[in-house]
Ligand binder design. Structure first.
Ligand SMILES: Nc1ncnc2c1ncn2[C@@H]1O[C@H](COP(=O)(O)OP(=O)(O)OP(=O)(O)O)[C@@H](O)[C@H]1O
Length: 248
């Protein structure tokens, strides 16, 4: 098999002696799609924080394309091609949908620099393609702050795609969405597959099923098991961590 694109090896994260991740090892290959599930406090967010450079591991290694990410700034990791959408969609509420996307596509990550300059035509075309793709073209001139919650989620995902990252990390992309919006988001994420390597963290099992990605279950900061959702769901250890131990 080829080299992993992203690799965590024996990673532990301790917050004042409390271990959010314990000897976590996980590999992600180019073009791979992975859903991460796990009960509250399993370490899912910390896992993403370690990859994006927000949290530095107490122990272990994190490599992207064979190079260590330890000590690399969050900004640089993002520039290197690892993009993240946070749980609460982060969009510039006072800018239009189009401006939000243009800003994401611009190498100058500064709202002011974009005002005076203009994107190359190829980037503009790409921005319009992505905007159309997420169904936001009719809202191009609308301020992001007046979009619905679902539309903000899509704008946040579209903004991420506009940055052209190799790895997309999506933290609870369907939190607070309607069933219809959830289904559309699953289609959108599936369509990113192939061109991107995608990691989705979610609690919504219907959505995880719709995605059809292999699932990794985290528990107490470690990988409990991995595989197709149906196999994982019938694993007694997974049932126990979600529902508690069987009654005697
Ligand atoms: N900065 C911190 N300081 C102390 N403890 C922390 C910190 N960040 C996370 N933790 C603890 O580490 C554990 C793992 O947290 P994490 O947020 O990674 O879990 P999670 O799987 O994302 O949970 P959830 O599904 O509830 O978002 C939790 O017990 C949490 O309280």
């Amino acid at each position: 098999m080829s080299e992993p694109l992203l690799e965590l090896n024996d990673v532990s994260v301790s917050f004042d002696g409390f271990y959010a991740l314990t000897d976590l090892s996980l590999k992600l290959y180019k073009g791979e799609l992975k859903s991460i599930i796990g009960p509250n406090g399993a370490g899912k967010t910390t896992f993403l924080d370690v990859i994006t450079g927000k949290v530095r591991p107490t122990k272990g290694t994190v490599t992207f394309k064979g190079k260590s990410l330890l000590g690399v700034s969050e900004q640089q990791i993002s520039r290197n091609g690892i993009g993240r959408k946070f749980q609460t969609p982060r969009v510039f509420e006072n800018l239009t949908v189009l401006r939000n996307l243009e800003l994401s596509a611009s190498p100058e990550k500064n709202a002011f620099s974009l005002l005076g300059s203009s994107l190359p035509q190829a980037s503009k075309d790409e921005v319009h393609r992505i905007m159309n793709y997420v169904g936001l073209t009719p809202f191009a001139t609308v301020q992001a702050g007046s979009l619905s919650h679902g539309q903000k989620q899509w704008l946040a995902i579209a903004s991420l795609v506009a940055q052209a990252p190799e790895v997309l990390l999506l933290d609870e992309p369907v939190a607070g969405l309607t069933d219809e919006e959830t289904l559309r988001t699953a289609e959108l994420i599936k369509s990113l597959a192939g061109d991107h390597t995608v990691v989705v963290i979610e609690h919504d099992m219907e959505f995880i099923r719709d995605l059809g990605f292999d699932v990794t279950v985290l528990h107490q900061g470690q990988v409990l098991t991995q595989g197709p959702l149906e196999t994982v769901k019938s694993d007694p250890r997974v049932i126990e961590v979600y529902l508690g131990p069987p009654e005697q």
